[in-house]
Design a protein around this ligand. Structure first.
Ligand SMILES: Nc1ncnc2c1ncn2[C@@H]1O[C@H](COP(=O)(O)OP(=O)(O)OP(=O)(O)O)[C@@H](O)[C@H]1O
Ligand SMILES: [Mg+2]
Length: 259
């Protein structure tokens, strides 16, 4: 059994003039334990909506989301809260607590979970070491670079002991070199902690760097899914071909900037 099984998932949004947007439309796929799975698509394709449906931050209009065979859609609020604790999320804009220093940010989910302060600090120091930020434990988020802030967010997510990590454009605010460093860190936590990772991005280079399989979203539909090398070497759909073109221009830009 796959770790995550999504079947016929849809999410509609009602808009003012009485019509509705099919942000996600009849999407089915599954993700195995330990995979790093990518979802790629142009802006507005439905990536964020899809990923928010995976932990029911967004309640689907139809279909099911099963984790370990248990459907989140039919769970009680209490069950869902428990299930959500094991699904971490990181975002483009880090979402750190600006009034707290680095180690207190990492302690935060453990405080919520009722872990003793002393034990939480020991664990937090361990997670900060894992993300290479031991020296910054007492710094405040404003004193850190974007890449360092995302590392804190990753340490904080580790503190909630997740089985699944959802990354919504987690590297989109970072420069190419910092992006590579953060992606290497994600790969490391995938391997060392066995965390299954879902990466949402509009950047093909991100998918290429760390994902094993990728799905292409276009206007809410999943139009292509497969191994990264296969989808990128031989794109079948217009959506995938367009993304490939944008990757080539991305690479060209990087090359020009390095000259
Ligand atoms: N809360 C909402 N209310 C109404 N429409 C929404 C809402 N959230 C998303 N949408 C619409 O759903 C569609 C998919 O949006 P979504 O944010 O999932 O796209 P995305 O692929 O993440 O785009 P981006 O790459 O720009 O982040 C868009 O047309 C968007 O306008
Ligand atoms: Mg988005």
């Amino acid at each position: 059994m796959a770790l995550i099984e999504v079947e016929h998932l849809s999410k509609d949004f009602d808009v003012k003039n009485g019509s509705c947007i099919h942000a996600v439309h009849d999407v089915s796929f599954s993700i195995e334990q330990g995979e790093i799975f990518g979802v790629i698509g142009l802006s507005g394709a439905g990536k964020s909506t899809l990923v928010r449906c995976l932990n029911l931050l967004e309640r689907p209009s139809g279909g099911s989301v099963r984790i370990d065979g248990r459907d989140l859609v039919t769970m009680s609020e209490a069950e869902l809260r428990k299930e959500r604790q094991r699904i971490g999320m990181i975002f483009q804009h880090f979402n750190l607590l600006m009034q707290r220093n680095v180690i207190d940010n990492v302690c935060f989910p453990m405080e919520i979970a009722g872990i003793r302060k002393k034990d939480a600090r020991i664990k937090a120091a361990e997670y900060l070491e894992a993300v290479g930020l031991t020296e910054k434990a007492k710094a405040y988020p404003v004193q850190l670079s974007g890449g360092q802030q995302q590392r804190v967010a990753i340490a904080r997510v580790l503190a909630s002991n997740p089985r699944i990590l959802l990354c919504d454009e987690a590297t989109s605010a970072l420069d190419p070199q910092t992006t590579r460093e953060v992606l290497a860190l994600l790969k490391k936590i995938n391997q060392e902690y066995g965390i299954t990772i879902v990466v949402i991005t509009h950047a093909m280079s991100v998918i290429e760097e760390i994902c094993g399989r990728v799905a292409v979203l276009e206007k809410g539909r999943m139009v292509e899914i497969g191994k990264v090398q296969e989808v990128f070497a031989n794109p079948q759909t217009r959506a995938a071909k367009r993304l490939l073109l944008s990757k080539q221009s991305e690479e060209l830009l990087e090359e020009i900037e390095q000259q």
